[in-house]
Structure formats: structure tokens, C-alpha cells
Design a protein around this ligand. Structure first.
Ligand code: HEC
Ligand code: HEC
Length: 428
């Protein structure tokens, strides 16, 4: 008989059932490993657990192109359930083929986000759902009233809303139904979750080295920490990691934006974010705080193996591009997050880290994982973000600690935790 490893006890925290339902409320679902019961109870308190009827109505609305001005676009157009709830495009296209400035994030686990959108401009799933329907380049409806009028002409909705909410169709109830459907889209059950629960064979040697790099030399856990209570691999905060920096002069743009942005006007900010050059200012559009310039929300890393292209603007095609970007310390700009430093990772370490990221894909998306990894592997010889000399500290003084121990010896100013005897062992 095999002795039970200690990690199983820890692992048990990553699995479990949500709190019992309030009287008369729907029963708690059995959550898969990797979905936090603590977060579930916050995101979906027992008295707000969606009923099967709400979910069915919400799913119908989510997939219905008639919610758009020309019957061409539904939520699913840009968040396709068959594609891990993304569209696979760098930036999304809505009605009349109009392209926005931002990449479509997955709806999987969106219920657990502290805020919605790359810049956190919506507080809840309900607030979020109301915006794309009215955005001129997404679904293009002119007003909430126009949406309600249109749905009143569709008998199945007249009946459906009556049955579910016991009243006439309203824009608020429409958002409630869609959010109810989204609150059933939690996602865990990845190879990583089996590993954490004690099955040491669930990850390959490469993936295990990647997990160590993630928490060690790669420093990913400073912003994407995963733990039992919050297994999303996001701190839910906003950081400038230098994605937008190469495109614009931030300072001039921010000064110009201050004249335009009306704080608290969600609809205006939605349009500025999706349709204008101000998009790249990120969180700054919401807060007008200087330290939010070019800052975007740390996204979840669950299912990241199938949700490319990456970043708020979809500018990175593969996970190798993403890790290359971090390895060289990001792109310098006046507002770059202090957590961004060059990492000194070798080619093999980059491959290991990518392998770990892919191990966060849910088993439900296996087929997609295979085809997407195939596509990314084929593009792997391009590596537009790769700059090995910069990553290893052989060129470019960034005022940081150089990862290359030889360089550190030559220039004492470079000696730091990355040195050969430093806390992280210099990557040896
Ligand atoms: C034309 C494409 C398009 C359509 C249609 C669309 N979305 Fe999105 N969605 C996006 C993009 C792009 C973003 C990110 C925009 C941003 O952050 O500025 C987004 C963001 C979101 C988010 C936030 C996720 C996160 O991690 O912050 C949710 C949830 C969401 N959409 C759900 C919906 C729902 C529900 C509908 C239908 C009512 C819908 N979307 C319609 C493209 C679209
Ligand atoms: C300083 C905080 C910070 C650190 C450190 C960090 N990230 Fe990120 N990560 C972010 C933010 C913020 C974004 C979104 C940035 C944007 O779109 O402008 C992001 C985006 C990503 C994405 C794209 C996800 C998507 O859906 O588009 C991946 C993958 C990723 N990070 C992996 C990593 C890995 C691997 C590491 C370690 C090598 C790491 N991150 C280190 C904050 C961080």
C-alpha cells in the first residue's frame, strides 16, 4: 500500500463543495478541483445562486445575434463557448466587421474577477453585460430601450422573461439572466490541479520545472500567484508591464485624455477604451491616476494554453512570445511596474515555463489544447520578443540587478539577488 503524501492534505483545500444553499435556493454545484469554494461563495452567495430557468434564458440571450443592431453579433461571437470563450483574434470585431482595440478575454471564471474588463471599468457581470450590446462597434444597439423594444417583438422572450422574473422584459433583467449563465462557467480540473492534489505523475518533469520557475527565477507569482483560496493566478490588480509602451508617447496622450474623460461615465470610457487611441492608457482612463498609465488587469492564467493571442491588445501570438517579453524585463517606459526585471532564463527554462502554463488548461478543453499548442509550436521559430543578451544581462543597463554572474563580478553595482550565491541561486 502506498502512503498518502502530505501534499494531499494541502491539496484537499483546492477541491470541495460550496456552502449549503439558503432555503429554497438551488443546490450548490459540485465544484471541480481548482475552483475555489471560498471565491464561489463570494461570487455566488447562496441567496443569489442562479436557477436553472435563469441560466437557460441567459444562455439563449448570450448566443442570440438578435441582440445586435443587424442580427450579426452575439456575445458568443467574441466569446465562443467552443473556443474556450474567446475569439482567437488579436482584437475583436463586432457589427459591420468593425475592429476594436482590445483582445477578448475568456468568460470562463470571469465570475471570480474582482472587476471586469482589462481596465476594471465594470464592477459586476451585470454591469459588464450592458456595455457591449450598446457599444457602436460591438453589438451596436442605440439604447437600452431599443433592446427591450426589439425583444418585446420576440414571443419566446416575452414568455421567457415572464416565467423567469415574473415581469415584463427589462434591460436590468436581461443583464441578470446573462450573468446567471456566466456564473455557471467556472473552470478548473487541469493537470496542475491533480498534481497539487497529490498525484505527482500528473505533471511531466518539464512542467514541474516550469512550476518551480514560475515561483522562483521567473517571479511570475509576484502578480500571478495561485493558491487554494484564489486559484486563478491573478492578483486582480493593475500593472504596466510595457505592452502598450512601444506604441505611444504615454505622457502626451495622458494629458490629452484628461481633457476628454468624464470620470464615472462608464459608457464613455467603454467607447474610449475600444475605439480610440486612448485605449493604451488602460486603467488611467478609469482612475486618472498617473501610476495607472498603461496599466492593465493581471489576467487569470487558467486555460491560457487555448486563449491566445495574448495581452490586452492581442499583440503577442504565442506563450513563447509572452515569456520572452518577461525574460528581457518587459519594455521600458516611465510607468513600468517595479516587478518587471530581466530574468536571465535560458532557452530550456523558457520552454519549461511555457509547458507549465499549458498544464493549467482544463481537461474539458483537451482537443483545443492540442491544436492550439500545435499552432504555437509552428510559430516558435519566429520569436519576435526574444532578446537573449538583454535577458541574460549581457547588454543594456536597466538600473536593475544583472542576472549574469560574470557581469556582476565586473560591475559591483550589478550585484544583487541574482548573483551566484544570492537567494534565488542565480538560476543555477
Ligand atoms: C465584438 C466582440 C465582443 C462582443 C460582441 C462581446 N464582447 Fe465581451 N469582451 C470583448 C472584449 C474585446 C473585451 C475586453 C474589452 C476591454 O477590457 O476593454 C470583453 C470583455 C468581456 C468581459 C470581461 C472579462 C474580464 O476578464 O475582464 C466579459 C465578462 C464579457 N466581455 C462578456 C460579454 C458578454 C456577456 C457579451 C454579450 C452581452 C459580450 N461580452 C459581448 C469582446 C466582445
Ligand atoms: C508585475 C506584474 C506581473 C508579473 C511579474 C508577471 N505578470 Fe503576467 N501579466 C500581468 C499583467 C498586468 C498582464 C496583462 C498586461 C497587458 O495586457 O497589458 C499579464 C499578462 C500575462 C499573460 C497573458 C494572458 C492573456 O490572457 O492574455 C500571460 C500568459 C502571463 N502574463 C504570464 C506571466 C508569466 C509566465 C510571468 C512570469 C515570467 C508573468 N506573467 C509575470 C502582470 C504580471
Amino acid at each position: 500500500m502506498r502512503t498518502v503524501p502530505r501534499i494531499v492534505v494541502l491539496g484537499a483545500l483546492w477541491v470541495g463543495a460550496a456552502a449549503p444553499a439558503a432555503e429554497g435556493a438551488p443546490a450548490a454545484p459540485r465544484l471541480p478541483p481548482g475552483v475555489s469554494t471560498a471565491l464561489y461563495d463570494i461570487a455566488v452567495p447562496a441567496d443569489r445562486r442562479p436557477t436553472p430557468e435563469q441560466v437557460a434564458l441567459g444562455e439563449k440571450l448570450y448566443n442570440d445575434k438578435r441582440l445586435s443592431i443587424d442580427d450579426s453579433t452575439s456575445c458568443a461571437t467574441c466569446h465562443d463557448p467552443k473556443r474556450g470563450f474567446v475569439d482567437g483574434k488579436p482584437t475583436s470585431a463586432g457589427v459591420k466587421g468593425q475592429k476594436g482595440q482590445r483582445n477578448s478575454p475568456t468568460v470562463l471564471n470571469a465570475m471570480f474577477n474582482a472587476t471586469q474588463f482589462w481596465d476594471g471599468r465594470a464592477a459586476t457581470l451585470e454591469d459588464q453585460a450592458k456595455l457591449p450590446i450598446l457599444n457602436p462597434i460591438e453589438m451596436g444597439m442605440p439604447s437600452p430601450d431599443a433592446v427591450v423594444q426589439k425583444l418585446r417583438g420576440i414571443p419566446e422572450y416575452v414568455d421567457g422573461f415572464k416565467r423567469v422574473f415574473g415581469r415584463e422584459i427589462s434591460y436590468d433583467d436581461l443583464a441578470r439572466a446573462i450573468a446567471a449563465f456566466e456564473r455557471t462557467q467556472y473552470s478548473g480540473n487541469a493537470r496542475f490541479d491533480r498534481f497539487i492534489a497529490g498525484d505527482s505523475k500528473a505533471l511531466s518533469a518539464e512542467e514541474k520545472r516550469g512550476w518551480a520557475l514560475f515561483n522562483g527565477k521567473g517571479r511570475c507569482n509576484t502578480c500571478h500567484a495561485g493558491n487554494a483560496v484564489n486559484p486563478l493566478f491573478s492578483d486582480q490588480k493593475f500593472h504596466n508591464i510595457g505592452i502598450a509602451a512601444h506604441k505611444q508617447d504615454f505622457v502626451d496622450l495622458a494629458v490629452e485624455a484628461l481633457k476628454v474623460v468624464r470620470t464615472g461615465d462608464a459608457k464613455q470610457i467603454d467607447e474610449l477604451a475600444l475605439q480610440t487611441k486612448f485605449s493604451e492608457l488602460g486603467r488611467f482612463l478609469v482612475t486618472k491616476q498617473e501610476n495607472d498609465i498603461g496599466a492593465f488587469k493581471t489576467p487569470t492564467l487558467r486555460n491560457v494554453g487555448v486563449t491566445g493571442p495574448y495581452m490586452h491588445d492581442g499583440s503577442q501570438a504565442t506563450l513563447w512570445d509572452v515569456v520572452d517579453h518577461y525574460n528581457k524585463g518587459g519594455t521600458a517606459n516611465p510607468f513600468l511596474d517595479g516587478g518587471m526585471q530581466r530574468l536571465g532564463m535560458t532557452d530550456r527554462e523558457v520552454d519549461d515555463l511555457v509547458a507549465f502554463l499549458v498544464a493549467l488548461t482544463s481537461d474539458d478543453l483537451k482537443a483545443l489544447e492540442r491544436s492550439e499548442l500545435d499552432r504555437q509550436r509552428k510559430a516558435r521559430n519566429k520569436r519576435p520578443e526574444k532578446d537573449a543578451d538583454q535577458a541574460l544581462g549581457k547588454k543594456g543597463h536597466m538600473g536593475d540587478v544583472a542576472p549574469d554572474p560574470d557581469l556582476a563580478k565586473k560591475d559591483p553595482a550589478n550585484i544583487g539577488e541574482w548573483g551566484p550565491t544570492g537567494a534565488t541561486g542565480g538560476g543555477k
